[in-house]
Design a protein around this ligand. Structure first.
Ligand code: HEC
Length: 444
């Protein structure tokens, strides 16, 4: 399991790392006997910034909950935090927005961890330890003291050892007898190594999307009997509840803003599995935390999609863009880029009416870390504001993730093909659904 998720990240200039090491080493000389200890100084940082992944059942390769667990990793921890490789975060300096889920350690925290490791990783006094963090069994939602109010689980799917697997769907009825507002949601894959992405949609009662598809058992578009269902499987105007890809963490929407699930809706799981040489099983779940109060705004998940690019073979920096104009007033809450293995960089920009465009988010794309970037301050997007996304791919031999530098690449569902989707959540008036929101444009 250890090396399964080993990341390949862009090499940092050695000189920058060396300079950081030098600087940090320099400060250790004053640490002496009153230097940082595990229980008093380091454990609080591990609890807040590391244990969400470094605990049993999560994606981190080892647990960092106790002194005995952390002690053997002290050097590695020091190295990773100095390089700013842990906690993982991929935002480049050109991004103008600040992000609520930015886990970056402060300089003094890095210095603390580094000095602790350099001083031989002393334990200190256990009486000075912060209270242990309580995690709801396996759910990261528990970080914030929440247990899911309800959990929906798809049926178990057998996965072959090799080959491409068509998108796998499961329709799971909510049996909600009243409308529900969702404040937080988390998708938990059964087999983290096989789930390349999971998207959970809300199919409202009366929707014609895949209306002939079986409710309960899993299926692929190929196994559907109606032509219309087969064609429509991957295209829907149903609202997305949540997207999961490796590295993503649970989503929470700000107070007063929530996702809406109408009574009687179904949840539709769309699973993209990749094979990994051994047969396995997956059974993915989604956990929901309901809003305590009725929200005043509804969260809609929208997307900017470009499916018309053609990336020539061998090109190291091929770019494609897409933009869209907001049909009505909205608040922008988060951004979630999605590319495949050749992805290199992804940017989101915004142009408010009458203003020049500015870059909101600029990330070094890492296929293994796909996440939602939550704005620290929701951004007002008046009707007419333009949001644009630009992707850059590296289809050259120098890209270690490139499945085949000799082929031209188009849009496709499989990992050896490419995608370009910029997902984003907006909050709109609580009475608007997606259709009503887009209809605002026509009224003007
Ligand atoms: C979002 C999840 C996540 C968070 C948060 C996180 N890690 Fe990790 N960490 C991983 C994963 C996955 C790996 C394995 C892949 C890799 O090595 O990059 C890893 C690897 C490591 C390694 C290298 C282990 C090895 O095998 O050599 C160290 C050390 C480490 N993390 C320390 C930390 C520390 C310290 C923090 C907090 C300051 C932290 N991590 C926060 C997910 C996370």
């Amino acid at each position: 399991m250890r090396n399964r998720l080993r990341l390949r990240r862009p090499k940092r200039p050695i000189s920058a790392v060396a300079a950081a090491l030098l600087f940090l080493d320099f400060t250790t000389s004053g640490a002496a006997s009153s230097g940082p200890t595990f229980y008093r100084d380091v454990l609080p940082i591990l609890q807040e910034r590391c244990q969400s992944c470094h605990r049993p059942g999560q994606i981190g390769p080892m647990s960092l909950e106790t002194y005995a667990q952390a002690r053997p990793w002290a050097r590695a921890i020091r190295e990773r935090v100095i390089q700013r490789a842990m906690p993982p975060w991929f935002v480049r300096p050109g991004s103008s927005a600040k992000f609520a889920n930015d886990p970056t350690l402060r300089d003094e925290e890095i210095r603390m961890v580094s000095n602790w490791a350099s001083a031989g990783a002393p334990a200190g006094n256990p009486a000075e330890a912060p209270p242990p963090k309580h995690w709801a069994a396996g759910w990261s939602l528990g970080t914030e003291g929440n247990q899911p109010d309800v959990v929906f689980t798809m049926p178990r799917v057998a996965l072959p050892a090799k080959g491409d697997i068509d998108y796998t769907y499961a329709i799971v009825p909510t049996h909600f007898t009243e409308d529900r507002w969702v404040q937080m949601a988390e998708i938990r894959p059964g087999d983290r190594a096989a789930v390349h992405h999971a998207v959970v949609y809300v199919r409202e009662p009366g929707s014609t999307w895949m209306k002939g598809a079986p409710v309960g058992p899993t299926f692929t578009s190929r196994t559907l009997t109606s032509e219309e269902d087969r064609k429509g499987a991957a295209w829907t105007d149903s609202d997305l509840l949540l997207v999961y890809a490796p590295g993503s963490l649970p989503d929470r929407w700000p107070a007063g803003m929530a996702k809406f699930i109408k009574a009687g809706s179904d949840l539709v799981f769309q699973m993209h599995y990749t094979t990994r040489g051994v047969a396995s099983h997956d059974q993915t779940s989604i956990g929901l935390v309901f809003s305590k109060q009725r929200p005043t705004q509804r969260v809609l998940s929208l997307q900017l999609t470009n499916d018309r690019f053609l990336i020539p073979p061998g090109v190291p920096d091929y770019r494609a863009s897409v933009h869209g104009t907001m049909p009505g007033d909205a608040l922008l809450l988060n951004l979630f880029p999605h590319l495949h293995a050749r992805g290199k960089r992804f940017t989101f920009s915004v142009a408010l009416p009458g203003e020049r465009p500015r870059t909101l988010l600029d990330v070094n794309w890492d296929f293994h870390w796909q996440m939602s970037y939550r704005l620290a301050e929701p951004l007002r997007l008046p009707a007419g504001a333009t949001l644009s996304a630009t992707a850059e791919w590296d289809n050259s031999r120098n890209n270690p993730n490139n499945p085949d530098p000799d082929s031209a690449v188009r849009w496709g569902e499989q990992t050896w093909e490419e995608m370009m989707v910029g997902f984003f959540d907006v909050a709109v008036d609580a009475a608007l659904d997606k259709k009503a929101f887009f209809a605002l444009r026509k009224r003007k």
